[in-house]
Design a protein around this ligand. Sequence first.
Ligand code: PLP
Length: 442
Amino acid sequence: MTPPDSVPIANNMDAFLMPFTANRQFKKNPRLLARAKGVHYWTPEGRRVIDGTAGLWCVNAGHGREEIKAAIAQQLEEMDYAPSFQMGHPKSFELAARHAALLPGDLNHAFYCNSGSEAVDSALKIALAYHRANGQGTRTRFVGRERGYHGVGFGGISVGGMVNNRKWFGAMLPGVDHLPHTHLPQNAFSRGEPEHGGIELANALEGIVGLHDASNIAAVIVEPCAGSTGYLPPPKGYLKRLREICDKHGILLIFDEVITGFGRLGASFAAEKFGVIPDLMTVAKGISNATVPMGGVFVRKHVFEGLMQGPENAVDLFHGYTYSAHPLACAAASAVLDIYKDEALFQRSAELSSYWEEGVHSLKDLPNVTDIRNLGLACGIDLAPEGAVGTRGYKAFVKAFDLGLMMRQSGDALAMSPPLIIEKKQIDEIIDIAGQAIKAVA
Ligand code: PLP
């Protein structure tokens, strides 16, 4: 049988169960993207849309990069696939060594997977396995945070703190507590890291330790800067204090850097920016510039060595994916590292961040704007709700798209995170359209 025609047409949209989408509403009035280059998308009708969100916070080096395409094509020519279970291929080892060299401190070992969700569940499992291998098998509890997003696996939604992502899915993992979120009213309209509350918010971890005893707690997982719930930068001193408390109690600290990694904050990783080294770090998105799905868990020396204590002929970690370190993903990720280095994109992100900050805070006095937050090359803008939560936010998001800007919406919070190759005049355009959209939904 010949395959059906794959051209999207209005009356064949039914079959695709779209993720995180109001399917019926969308299909009545679809927003389709057909082509992308640089910092732009084009709709099938040829209308240009500026990418204010780097896809889904992932296309950090911009769309359609020739170098990445060439690396993937060459890899496909050489070898399409090779397993990484009791076998290996050169590009995986080369990539891990390159990541180790880029990472701060002794975060110098890499596990690879295919997404941020897999990275998070892998990190939680590595934390459990590490404690067990080190004679501390009672450490099985996890601590996440309210308003955290750690993907959609059962581990990730259990430690995550987004109500809608949790309430549909039953009991999830047992033994999880949540720290309070870091969005405080007294920090409204902060520029960069908010001033207030960092130490007190982190100290809540001591309360959780007091309740369960440290001997039962495996790890704490946080996004250094929460992305999906409206972009919440950490208040000053917060991450450092979390690190201190984890150290005091032998608890592993996991940074979920799926969004903050690879230049978003104007440094390689948030760990570098804040000078706080987690024991494990999860990444995805910018690791491959979203060309081939890829995720990873980077671990510190002591975590890696902790797993290497069994007999030499025994499997060290009973965990992995058919596509762990997929050759195409490794080829793409290596080419992406070249671009980040050759174009100094992390530095560029740092240099542009004050221009970005000025731009986004210029929206402060528009109607219904109740808070604006920024850090690196990203921001969150809260709008006052209009009736049901999310109504005004959704309208603003649709309006912006109609006006030629792709932004993100989470409830009534809008978020933007353009590709790191963005130019100042394109930032001006993003801010201008965002402003028009906010005014239009007043
Ligand atoms: N962790 C964080 C902090 C994220 O922002 C995301 C996705 O946005 C994930 C994990 C999940 O990544 P993925 O959608 O690739 O599974």
